[in-house]
Design a protein around this ligand. Sequence first.
Ligand SMILES: *[C@@H]1O[C@H](CO)[C@@H](O)[C@H](O)[C@H]1NC(C)=O
Ligand SMILES: *[C@@H]1O[C@H](CO)[C@@H](O)[C@H](O)[C@H]1NC(C)=O
Ligand SMILES: *[C@@H]1O[C@H](CO)[C@@H](O)[C@H](O)[C@H]1NC(C)=O
Ligand SMILES: *[C@@H]1O[C@H](CO)[C@@H](O)[C@H](O)[C@H]1NC(C)=O
Ligand SMILES: *[C@@H]1O[C@H](CO)[C@@H](O)[C@H](O)[C@H]1NC(C)=O
Ligand SMILES: *[C@@H]1O[C@H](CO)[C@@H](O)[C@H](O)[C@H]1NC(C)=O
Ligand SMILES: *[C@@H]1O[C@H](CO)[C@@H](O)[C@H](O)[C@H]1NC(C)=O
Ligand SMILES: *[C@@H]1O[C@H](CO)[C@@H](O)[C@H](O)[C@H]1NC(C)=O
Ligand SMILES: *[C@@H]1O[C@H](CO)[C@@H](O)[C@H](O)[C@H]1NC(C)=O
Ligand SMILES: *[C@@H]1O[C@H](CO)[C@@H](O)[C@H](O)[C@H]1NC(C)=O
Ligand SMILES: *[C@@H]1O[C@H](CO)[C@@H](O)[C@H](O)[C@H]1NC(C)=O
Ligand SMILES: *[C@@H]1O[C@H](CO)[C@@H](O)[C@H](O)[C@H]1NC(C)=O
Length: 777
Amino acid sequence: MAAAEFVLLVTAATFTFLLVTTRAQAQSVGASCQQRDMDALLAFKQGINSDPNGILASWRSDGHGHEEDCCRWRGVRCSNRTGHVVELRLGNTDLYDGYALVGEISDSLLSLEHLEYLDLSMNSLEGSSGRIPDLVPPHLGNLSKLQYLDISGTQRLFERLPRCSPCKLQELHLQLNNLTGVLPNSMGHLSSLVILDLSGNNITGHLPESIGNFTSLMSLDLSNNNFTGDVPYEIGVLTDLSSLNLGYNSFDGVITEKHFGFLSNLQSLYLSDTSLKIEISSEWQPPFRLQYADFGNSKLGPSFPVWLRWMVGVYYLDISGTGINDRIPHWFSSTFSNCSFLDLGRNQIFGDLPRDMEMMSVERLYLNSNNLTGRVPPLPQNLTLLDISVNSLSGPLPLNLGSSKLIELTLFSNRISGHIPRYICKCNELAILDLANNLFEGKFPSCNEMTMLTTLELSNNSLSGEIPTFLQHSTNLQFLDLAWNKLSGGLPTWVGNLVGLQFLRLRHNMFTGNIPLSITNLGCLQYLDIAENGMSGSLPSHMVNFTTMTGKSSTTGYHIPPLFCGDYSVPGSYQSVSLSTFMKGQELNYRSSSDILYIKMMSMDLSLNNLSGEIPEEIVTLDALLNLNLSGNRLRGNIPYQIGAMESLESLDLSRNELSGEIPASLSNLASLSALDLSYNNLTGRIPSGSQLVSLYSLNPYIYTGNFGLCGPPLVHNCTNNETSMQSNYLRRSDEGVEFFYLGLGCGFIMGIWLVFCTLLFTKQWRILINFILQYL
Ligand SMILES: *[C@@H]1O[C@H](CO)[C@@H](O)[C@H](O)[C@H]1NC(C)=O
Ligand SMILES: *[C@@H]1O[C@H](CO)[C@@H](O)[C@H](O)[C@H]1NC(C)=O
Ligand SMILES: *[C@@H]1O[C@H](CO)[C@@H](O)[C@H](O)[C@H]1NC(C)=O
Ligand SMILES: *[C@@H]1O[C@H](CO)[C@@H](O)[C@H](O)[C@H]1NC(C)=O
Ligand SMILES: *[C@@H]1O[C@H](CO)[C@@H](O)[C@H](O)[C@H]1NC(C)=O
Ligand SMILES: *[C@@H]1O[C@H](CO)[C@@H](O)[C@H](O)[C@H]1NC(C)=O
Ligand SMILES: *[C@@H]1O[C@H](CO)[C@@H](O)[C@H](O)[C@H]1NC(C)=O
Ligand SMILES: *[C@@H]1O[C@H](CO)[C@@H](O)[C@H](O)[C@H]1NC(C)=O
Ligand SMILES: *[C@@H]1O[C@H](CO)[C@@H](O)[C@H](O)[C@H]1NC(C)=O
Ligand SMILES: *[C@@H]1O[C@H](CO)[C@@H](O)[C@H](O)[C@H]1NC(C)=O
Ligand SMILES: *[C@@H]1O[C@H](CO)[C@@H](O)[C@H](O)[C@H]1NC(C)=O
Ligand SMILES: *[C@@H]1O[C@H](CO)[C@@H](O)[C@H](O)[C@H]1NC(C)=O
């Protein structure tokens, strides 16, 4: 490859990956600057079109009292002895403001021959040509004194490589530039490099063998590119290398001990998320002792890598998703005794957990999604996070868990049985407790309080007793799931104290009594499921107080709760479960743009209880709800007249109640509706028209079953004159009126009535007007 082109572009979004050190602006002292240097700097300034922060404001030589000595200009530093410019520090450290300098780099910089330090990072200097003027590295020959070059994130191009002579460049920071192309073998000329950072670009092709020329290299970061092929063995001769990061690339060869042959100073090794297969002899004794090691999602297995036993003192070790199908070795607890972060998740590790973990220093331990069996042993004493979800662990938890510092305890989807140990009450920093899908039984221990708790996920066990009363002090609670247990008693009034609650699922227990009025205090609530219990009494009034379910701040159905509610992360147990099982007939996308899962499902399910009384008309204010299920109760009265205002609804089930009266014509306004069930009520009159309802009926012809008073298409039962409703009459006769009526719905019921009244008045539909007056006024 004789030529290579690097395309440097960066978006502000990638700034989050950036590690920029804040550097003090250099000040000059001593000898004043050389005319030639000043001209070069002024020419550079000429190329800058935009400088919103006034970085170059001091760069003036106009004989009107402005600084004549360029050595005193901001960002410029000269040699005390010769007056030559030796440093130029124009890196943008104020990343939240976007680019500082916009424009292009003038060729004139190449005449600053004494430059040792050049930092133009995080500016936007690609200019109209989109190319760097032969600045790096081909023409570094001109800047033969340069030791430090940082043009990371400057949106630059450079090409024609390279014919430069060896130079003094020690640090080359080109991260986050969207560089494309391949690295030429001739880059070996930059043999003085100590730090090379090309991370976060789009470099393709092989890593050239001339990497072995960088004998002074201490830090090499090629992560987040698109390198392919083998890693050259030459990397193994870089004896000074202490940090090597090849992660997040498409490397796909085999790494053997030969690659690490002489890397006796290696401390950090990142090989995660590549297709590399790491095949190292079990006999091999590495020349290094790593402190940070990340192999996540590359291939290490199937055997547990024996050479890791030499990594005594490792502080961070990630071997998750590496295809290990083996037992945990007996040396695990002693070798990794000083490790703080250990991730062995997503392998096929089988057998028991070590019994001697108590003395380990580990604080965050991931063993999730393996095939571990046996009991949970006493835990390391400083453990703050444990995730052993999705294994086959059984038996009860140890009475003494071993660590009271737990912040997150995630044990879902095992076969752990017995009582939840009282020890859990000692963990007063516990924020996330996820014990779902196990065989726990008995009452939750009666702790004094757990004020840090944000997530309590106990669903699908056999727990009994009442809702633990200590929860009334857990005002940080956002997620409470007690579904599918044998809990009983009432829903306490203090549930209204949990004002941060966003997700409340009590489904399939034996709860009785009324839904407390205080529940409408829960302004953050977006998911309420009390289905399949023995709740009685009426539906809560003041539903408009469920402010998150009212789409006040939303433009889309998937709206964002009020800011103070916070965006809670969904417990792990939900990440493997299809959330659509919670809702009828719909598949929703719960994955947000980041990797964290958020539930954005606005749902109210009170089905299969003993609720009576009428459905309050106020329920139609919950216009962010995607799912409303009130089926299988004893609700009477009419379907709320303005049901069509709940415009986000995708699923509506009012079946198996004692609802009477006509189906409101506004129902046909629910354009998002994909599942509807009104069967087994006492509804009468003509079925509203509308293509939406027609297609819903063709999907499910049982929508209206069991309502003997319904008539008209799509049913075969014709409406006789006396069954023809006032409502359907005027709706069909006055299209204009319909339109105005629904416009009015958004502004409130009274306004809507007023609009219909006026419309009828002006269109002189007297008969309907009289009917209307009789009904509403
Ligand atoms: C990276 O460069 C390619 C090719 O020039 C361009 O299509 C792409 O949009 C750039 N990506 C970013 C993030 O700037
Ligand atoms: C220049 O002189 C100042 C003191 O006058 C000193 O602090 C600084 O380190 C000197 N710089 C160089 C590059 O020698
Ligand atoms: C770079 O150096 C060459 C000679 O070594 C010279 O001809 C050329 O003008 C220099 N470039 C700049 C921009 O100063
Ligand atoms: C390695 O660097 C030396 C100078 O240190 C240079 O002469 C040689 O050409 C370089 N090799 C490669 C392959 O670039
Ligand atoms: C990387 O470059 C390739 C073309 O070489 C392009 O298809 C791809 O979109 C680029 N990726 C990014 C993240 O810019
Ligand atoms: C990496 O390069 C290959 C072609 O060499 C391309 O198909 C792939 O999309 C690239 N991946 C990324 C993440 O840019
Ligand atoms: C646990 O933490 C304490 C306090 O930080 C420390 O003194 C102790 O050595 C740690 N225990 C272990 C086993 O690392
Ligand atoms: C887990 O282990 C059991 C036997 O203990 C075996 O039957 C099963 O296939 C294993 N599952 C996986 C995914 O390895
Ligand atoms: C509804 O909210 C208002 C204020 O937001 C509050 O004053 C009122 O008590 C709440 N009503 C109920 C029943 O929660
Ligand atoms: C159905 O409604 C009619 C009046 O519309 C009423 O007479 C009848 O009792 C109701 N039947 C049931 C089962 O509620
Ligand atoms: C319903 O009315 C249509 C005409 O409007 C008629 O053809 C049909 O026979 C009637 N069906 C019944 C069951 O009375
Ligand atoms: C509707 O008309 C039918 C006969 O067509 C009659 O039997 C029935 O009583 C009438 N119903 C009402 C509520 O007037």
